[in-house]
Design a protein. Structure first.
Length: 477
């Protein structure tokens, strides 16, 4: 082998050893259970200001905790105006941090959405659009940037669409899915198509073990939580009713309580005052607003409007709300801009630091009604079928739902007058309709190649992994 190949082989062996040691520690570590307990909600952070936010780039002690709750729509959180008490811990996080009020995810299907979130590229450029596509090994992933900057990097996940064979492990020294069955009992809606084992409590236990082992170092920790996707909740959080929508809210409350316990862990270890918390979701969930339930079927607002919250090593009082429209492709350009880390190459996303500064000053925010894009191949799981792209173009007050195979049947909504997208106004605004149709078509046909220059590679999925993906409720064929 050449010297670079030798180094790569040695690195893989080291990473495998770290992951093995970590997995063993999880099994024998005697991890604590917190079923039926409430977080303590202690917060020892000092008060900070926008100047402290901008000074983060000069600090060398800031860790990054990235929490992603799969299938979480923004409007089911109190911080985003929901009347039910589903999210007390996340609401406190937003109240003393920065909340982005109009966050758009790039797809309603996890793999497509996460490919865009991690690379900062729209789906037409990641080209990770169908079940067997993966992220190129040439892509510059955020975990690689953190690792190269001296952070210890770990990812803990339960959704098979972000498994290593799809390219998502790049840059992580530890990247694993916990396979434990926790003590205690969780409830789930009666759905024979959903049978994922374990719970997000396993993720929190794993995160605690990581902090025990590596809390003294500088670290980047990614947690991809799945119990909202699974409508899983404890008896203590089953407080909203028995419908699907009620069960979803109970699951949000359950996951919020787990996250609150993780915040307690940071406090107890003295890590909260040097940790930047980034909270987001890959997509939302539909409850019949446009005739469908679930996600990964279309890209209406209920499945593409997600939360984004930043919480700092200090409290902002009051917190900041960025009203400008933003996207998941903006997430890492913003975090890297705040921390002074090298940007990823040629991204579609942009740093939102100028919007943060403007919002803190009460000034007009740049691009407050800028363009945002969501994209789904509606045949993503049926490989024998031709692609059927569906694209949403958000521009100013307008939102176009473009159907590439039937462009004249696209839909136009006025988000100012009709935020829930219930009244198609394409006939009332033909010029707007034609202009956005042309932009959607150009997005599909004329998007430039990704920085790595090639199409997304495809991977084989064995029957075991297919069954694991089907256990999430996806009909992959």
């Amino acid at each position: 082998m050449t010297k670079p190949e030798n180094r790569a082989s040695a690195r893989r062996k080291v990473l495998a050893m770290l992951a093995a040691i970590f997995a063993i520690a999880l099994i024998i570590g005697g991890l604590r259970s917190f079923f039926g307990t409430e977080p303590e909600n202690r917060d020892s952070r000092p008060k900070g200001s926008i100047e402290d936010v901008l000074a983060l780039r000069d600090r060398s002690d800031v860790n990054v905790l990235f929490i992603l709750v799969d299938t979480l729509r923004a409007d089911r959180l109190g911080a985003y105006g929901y009347s039910r008490d589903t999210s007390p811990n996340l609401d406190r996080l937003a109240a003393s941090g920065i909340r982005f009020a109009q966050q758009v995810s790039q797809s309603s299907w996890t793999k497509c959405s996460m490919s865009s979130l991690w690379t900062g590229l729209y789906p037409a450029r990641t080209r990770s659009l169908r079940a067997y596509d993966s992220i190129s090994q040439e892509a510059q992933m955020p975990a690689e940037t953190f690792r190269d900057a001296g952070f210890r990097t770990a990812g803990i996940w339960r959704n098979g669409w972000v498994a290593p064979n799809f390219g998502f492990a790049q840059g992580f020294e530890i990247y694993l899915s916990p396979r434990m069955q926790r003590g205690g009992r969780l409830n789930r809606i009666d759905n024979p198509n959903i049978s994922l084992e374990g719970s997000d409590g396993d993720i929190i236990d794993s995160a605690r073990e990581f902090l025990r082992s590596h809390g003294h170092e500088r670290w980047f920790l990614y947690l991809h939580m799945m119990d909202v996707h699974q409508y899983a909740y404890s008896e203590d959080t089953a407080i909203f009713g028995t419908t699907y929508s009620d069960s979803y809210d109970s699951a949000v409350r359950w996951v919020d309580s787990l996250i609150g316990h993780l915040f307690d862990e940071l406090e107890q270890r003295g890590l909260r005052e040097r940790t930047l918390i980034v909270f987001s979701a890959d997509h939302g969930e539909a409850f019949g607003e446009h005739g469908d339930e679930g996600h990964a079927r279309n890209i209406y607002g209920e499945v593409t409007t997600t939360p984004l919250i930043l919480s700092f090593p200090f409290r902002l009082d009051p917190g900041i709300v960025v009203e400008a429209r933003s996207e998941n492709v903006d997430l890492w350009p913003t975090v890297f801009g705040l921390l002074g880390l090298p940007p990823q190459p040629d991204t579609d996303g942009q740093s939102l630091v100028p919007q943060i500064v403007a919002a803190a000053a009460g000034a007009a925010e740049p691009d407050a009604e800028g363009v945002a894009i969501a994209h789904l191949d509606q045949a993503w799981g049926r490989i024998q079928e031709k692609p059927r792209p569906m694209v949403a173009i958000n521009e100013g007050r307008w939102r176009l739902i473009y159907r590439a195979h039937r462009p004249k049947h696209s839909e136009l909504y006025d988000k100012w007058e009709d935020p829930r997208e219930q009244h198609d106004v394409a006939e009332d605004w033909p010029d707007v309709f034609e202009d956005l149709n042309a932009k959607a078509s150009a997005y599909l046909l004329d998007s430039r190649p990704p920085p790595w220059g090639d199409d997304a590679p495809t991977v084989e999925i064995d029957e075991m992994q297919l069954n694991q993906l089907r256990a999430l409720g996806y009909g992959v064929k």
